[in-house]
Design a binder for this molecule. Structure first.
Ligand code: COA
Length: 183
């Protein structure tokens, strides 16, 4: 697995950096709002303690960025590089991860997540030299479909995804190959 614990990526409006203890309140503020996590497969947080546990997992896992908004210094979202989905049957010799993300509802519609995803694509292909990235969205999640589309991913397949809420969501998966390696 990769380790982003010393990585900092700057974009015009965001700083992508590791999660830290002091982000707890910001994290709870957006993760406790109904309709954010539910679109990504997790139930909105019921307590600060729940957010604390997930924040610890982010810090220990070292593969999830906090999205810090430059204009106010708050952590307003997350973007993780998750282990590969074996159902995809991609060649074993290729190295790639699945991107997962969520943004505070208060900041939707400003193009912030496409900006973050594009930065992580550049970092993954130029610095980490990964072969590919995948990304998926629930069929009903047209907002995430737009992010994936804007970032240039290509449709791969339909799957049924089992969420952490024990529901099944028809899901579309996409892939983006490292253009440097395709040459
Ligand atoms: C998906 C998500 C990350 C998009 O981030 P974003 O920074 O708002 O992305 P964009 O600003 O590019 O908006 C994407 C689309 O959302 C729609 N949208 C914009 N503002 C919206 C709002 N306030 N409410 C609902 N939809 C909105 C628009 O259709 C937009 O597409 P367009 O740019 O072609 O008009 C964000 O909506 C989110 O965190 N959703 C909940 C978690 C989630 O779905 N995670 C992804 C799991 S696969």
């Amino acid at each position: 697995m990769i380790d982003i614990s010393k990585t900092r990526i700057e974009t015009p409006r965001l700083i992508l950096r590791p999660w830290q203890d002091s982000d707890l309140e910001d994290f709870y503020t957006y993760a406790s709002v109904e309709g954010v996590g539910e679109m990504a497969g997790w139930a909105h947080h019921q307590s600060m303690e729940e957010s604390r546990k997930i924040l610890n997992l982010f810090m220990e896992g070292k593969h999830t960025f906090a999205l810090e908004l430059r204009e106010n210094g708050h952590a307003i979202g997350s973007l993780g590089l998750e282990g590969r989905d074996e159902n995809l049957n991609l060649p074993k010799e290729l190295e790639g991860y699945e991107i997962g993300y969520a943004l505070s509802k208060a900041y939707w519609g400003r193009g912030l997540m496409p900006e973050a995803v594009q930065a992580v694509i550049d970092y993954s292909f130029r610095e980490l030299k990964l072969d590919y990235l995948t990304c998926g969205h629930f069929l009903r999640n047209s907002q995430s479909a737009r992010v994936i589309e804007k970032c240039g991913f290509r449709y791969l397949k339909d799957i049924l995804y089992q969420t952490r809420m024990d529901t099944i969501e028809p899901t579309k998966l996409y892939i983006l190959y490292n253009p440097e390696k395709e040459k």
